[in-house]
Write a protein that binds this ligand. Structure first.
Ligand code: NAD
Length: 345
C-alpha cells in the first residue's frame, strides 16, 4: 500500500483524492494547503492528516509520495523539497515553467533515489495509443505536416477566481496551462520539433499572459506544423484537435477535448477497415483521467520502474513550449534545444 499525500487542496486535488479512494494499492495519508481550512476540509472527507505547512508534512514518516497540486509556478521548488525529503513525486501539469528547473528537478529525484511522474493522462487515451502505433508502424509514410488546435473559452471569472491565474510567474500562459497536454502529444507523436516562430497576443482578458497564440513549426524530420491556441473563443470551448498528415495516411483526433477520431485513412487499410477501426476507437472510453495516471504511478513505484510520463519525458514538451515563448518575445525563429544544449536537427 503506497501512502500518498497531496500538496495544494484546490480544484484538481479533489480529483486525485477521489481517484485514490477507489484504489487498493494506494491511499491518501495526508494533505496540505497554506489555507489550513482547505486542507482540513479535504482531509476530513478522506480520513487523512491535515497540514498547513508543506515542510511539516514532508517530515511525516507516514508518506511515501507527494502529488504536487499547487499553482504551476511552485511545482519546481515543491517537487525538489519532496525529493530532498525522500518522497516520490507526481507533479500536476505543467511539469514546471522553465526547462532549467525541470532538469534540476529530474536530477534531484535521481540523486535522492525517488521516482518522478507528470500528470499527462491524454497519452493513455486509446485513440492516442492507436495513433502512436500508426506512427511507429510507418502507416503515414513520409509525414508532411501536423497541426495542434486548441479553441477554448475561459471566462473572466476563471482568471479572477485565484490570484495566480493568468500571471507569467505562476500560471505561465496558455501553452503551459491549457495547451500543454496537446503539445505534449504533438511532440510525442510527430516530433521532435526543431524550430518555431510564434506570435502571441492578449486580445480579450485582463491578464498578464496571452490569450491567443499562433506558431509555425519545423520538425526534425523536415515536416512542417502549426499551433493555434486560444481561450477567447465565443461562446464556449469549441475544439481540441490534433492532425497528422503523411504521404500514405491522414489522422485527425478532435472534439471539444480531443476524444474522438474525426479522420482515419491509411493506404494500408481499405476504406471499410479504416471506418471500422475509427468507429471501434470511438466506442472505447477516451475519457481517461487522473485515475489512470495514478494507477500507472503507483504501479511504477510498486514495480520499481519509470512512470509512463516521467520527468525526463515531460522535459521534451517543456523545451518546445519554452522555445515558442522565446520566439514570441524575440520576434524571430528559435531552435528547440535538446538535453546538453544541442539543437533538435
Ligand atoms: N491535469 C489537469 O487536467 C489539470 C487540471 C486543472 C489543474 N491542473 C494543474 O493543477 C495545479 C493546481 O490547479 P488548481 O486548479 O487545483 O488550482 P487551485 O488554485 O484551485 O488550487 C491550488 C491550491 O494550492 C494551494 N497552495 C498555494 N501555495 C501553496 C503552498 N506553498 N503549499 C501548499 N498549498 C499551496 C492554494 O491555497 C490552493 O488551494 C496547477 O498547476 C494546474 O495547472 C491540472
Amino acid at each position: 500500500m503506497i501512502k500518498m499525500a497531496i500538496a495544494g487542496c484546490g480544484h484538481i486535488a479533489k480529483k486525485h483524492a477521489a481517484a485514490l479512494m477507489d484504489m487498493d494499492t494506494a491511499r491518501l495519508a495526508a494533505v496540505c494547503d497554506i489555507r489550513q481550512e482547505r486542507a482540513e476540509s479535504l482531509a476530513g472527507r478522506y480520513g487523512a492528516a491535515a497540514y498547513g505547512d508543506y515542510d511539516q508534512m514532508l517530515q511525516d514518516k507516514n508518506i511515501d509520495a507527494v502529488i504536487v497540486c499547487s499553482p504551476s509556478g511552485l511545482h519546481a521548488a515543491m517537487g525538489e523539497q519532496a525529493a530532498a525529503a525522500g518522497k516520490h513525486v507526481l507533479i500536476e501539469k505543467p511539469f514546471v515553467l522553465r526547462p532549467a528547473d525541470g532538469v534540476r528537478l529530474v536530477e534531484a529525484c535521481r540523486q535522492n533515489g525517488v521516482r518522478l511522474g507528470v500528470v499527462h493522462p491524454n497519452r493513455m487515451k486509446p485513440i492516442v495509443q492507436a495513433l502512436r502505433k500508426a506512427v511507429d508502424n510507418g502507416l503515414f509514410g513520409k509525414i508532411t505536416h501536423a497541426a495542434a488546435t486548441l479553441r477554448w473559452n475561459r471566462r473572466p471569472e476563471y482568471y479572477r477566481s485565484e490570484p495566480w491565474r493568468g500571471t507569467r510567474a505562476f500560471d505561465g500562459g496558455i501553452l503551459y496551462n491549457q495547451a500543454v497536454h496537446l503539445l505534449d502529444l504533438l511532440n510525442w507523436l510527430a516530433g521532435p520539433v526543431s524550430e518555431v516562430f510564434a506570435y502571441r497576443a492578449t486580445r480579450m482578458h485582463k491578464i498578464e499572459c496571452e490569450d491567443v497564440l499562433s506558431c509555425v513549426l519545423k520538425f526534425s524530420s523536415g515536416a512542417l506544423g502549426l499551433i493555434e491556441a486560444a481561450v477567447t473563443v465565443y461562446p464556449e470551448n469549441l475544439e481540441e484537435t490534433l492532425a497528422i498528415f503523411g504521404a500514405e495516411g491522414t489522422a485527425v483526433l478532435g472534439g471539444r477535448t480531443m476524444s474522438q477520431v474525426k479522420e482515419w485513412m491509411f493506404s494500408s487499410l481499405s476504406g471499410e477497415e479504416a471506418v471500422n477501426q475509427a468507429s471501434k476507437l470511438n466506442q472505447t472510453g477516451n475519457a481517461v483521467g487522473h485515475r489512470d495516471i495514478l494507477h500507472d504511478f503507483v504501479d511504477a513505484l510498486l514495480c520499481n520502474r519509470e512512470p509512463l510520463v516521467s520527468g525526463r519525458e515531460a522535459l521534451q514538451s517543456l523545451r518546445l513550449i519554452s522555445a515558442i515563448y522565446d520566439s514570441a518575445a524575440r520576434h524571430r525563429p528559435v531552435q528547440v534545444t535538446m538535453p546538453g544544449g544541442a539543437q533538435n536537427e
